[in-house]
Write a protein that binds this ligand. Structure first.
Ligand code: MF3
Ligand code: CO
Length: 289
């Protein structure tokens, strides 16, 4: 579809194409012709779509805020699921994990050596010294948001505290790399470099993802990537940064019985933080944390 410079822009801003997305579209077309991986137009969120994602994210963050107020030893992971489910529904949203490819609950809760996709259960009670990732995702009016935080239960030993804190810093190192016309591989390279300096390993098989109009869109976001590789970060591209970092070795395995929960192979602890960002004309905006 050919748009003339004086036509109104495809993004719905109401501005003329030449005053809006034309320069970026031209730049992308040129890069594509040179062999760069550039996002398709569907992946670039319009201002209206970003507003929709932010409203979804407000619910997602309210869920995690509610969990952070209530989480404590003696509570089960099913109680966390209940908090997230009730908060989401009361604010008019839908928990994205619920029934997603058969996932049975509204949130993922991953404890200690669980890397991700832990299923909340009445049989799992939090105890003093645990670390847990609560990964929350929301749908509102068709817009998706996704973020996760770590929580420490009671008195946590120093090694675990350090893993939680350094994983947050590693995620922020990745975030620093998000800039227009940068490369997605720079994000993972920065995360991996920082994690390795700390003596940790980054999970290779599971990563972040584009998100907005569906739960998981392109691009896939690895956290052991090489700098200067991968998709070009075009303004409007929306994705998650969600590294899983192991205190020990990188290999993982999936629970054969439930088909979901991922564990570290060596039984070492694992931590994860997840934020959702959009590339802007001068850097990035965090949409959900
Ligand atoms: N929230 C996870 C992510 O960051 C996805 C979990 S899928 C589920 O991509 F079904 F396990 F919820
Ligand atoms: Co995610």
């Amino acid at each position: 579809m050919k748009i003339s410079p004086n036509d109104s822009c495809w993004c719905g801003s109401g501005k003329k194409y030449k005053k809006c997305h034309m320069a970026n579209d031209d730049r992308m077309a040129l890069m594509k012709s040179k062999g760069f991986i550039v996002p398709s137009r569907e992946l670039l969120k319009t201002p209206e779509q970003i507003e929709g994602i932010k409203r979804s994210a407000a619910i997602n963050m309210a869920c995690l805020d509610a969990v952070s107020k209530e989480i404590k030893a003696g509570m089960t992971t099913a109680d966390i699921d209940h908090i997230v489910h009730e908060t989401t529904i009361s604010m008019g949203g839908i928990p994205a994990p619920l029934n997603y490819e058969g996932f049975p609950r509204s949130v993922c809760t991953s404890l200690n050596d669980e890397v991700c996709h832990g299923i909340p259960s009445e049989d799992v009670t939090l105890i003093d010294g645990d670390i847990i990732n609560v990964d929350c995702s929301t749908i509102l009016n068709g817009y998706f948001s996704d973020s996760s935080r770590m929580f420490m239960i009671g008195e946590v030993e120093d090694d675990r505290k350090k893993l939680v804190e350094e994983t947050r810093r590693a995620m922020l190192k990745g975030l620093e790399q998000v800039k227009p016309w940068g490369r997605l591989g720079d994000v993972g390279a920065a995360v991996n470099a920082y994690a390795r300096e700390c003596g940790y390993s980054v999970v290779r098989e599971i990563g972040g993802h584009g998100i907005g109009l569906s739960f998981h869109e392109d691009p896939w976001v690895g956290f052991t990537t090489r700098a200067g590789t991968g998709m070009v970060l075009v303004p409007g591209l929306c994705f998650t940064i969600e590294p899983m970092i192991n205190a020990g070795e990188a290999p993982i395995f999936c629970d054969e019985d439930n088909g979901w929960t991922i564990y570290t192979e060596d039984g070492s602890d694992s931590a994860q933080w997840e934020i959702q960002v959009v590339v802007t004309e001068d850097g990035y905006q965090v949409l959900c944390w």
